[in-house]
Design a protein around this ligand. Sequence first.
Ligand SMILES: [Zn+2]
Ligand SMILES: [Zn+2]
Length: 97
Amino acid sequence: MNCPYCEYRGHRMDLHAHLIKEHAEGIKIYVDEALGKMVFEMSCPVCNESVKQTLKKSAAILAEYEQEIRMVAFDLLLYHLQEKHDDLVQITKHDKS
Ligand SMILES: [Zn+2]
Ligand SMILES: [Zn+2]
């Protein structure tokens, strides 16, 4: 699969690790004022579709869970990419490099 943010390419698991390490900012974790709850938001860099989910964790202990939240959120992004942008993320025969 191709990384939707940069030129990186690799297997799904490797790409997942790459996203967490290099593109952590792709997942926004914040307090939604309207909901009064912590949420994470995953936006697809290809089509800008976003998925927002509320978190049960409190802000105080959030730091501990950030990594975990990102793992889950990027997993959602990968599913989204496979479902909606198959042509972009597949390792194609027409390699540009
Ligand atoms: Zn990347
Ligand atoms: Zn998308």
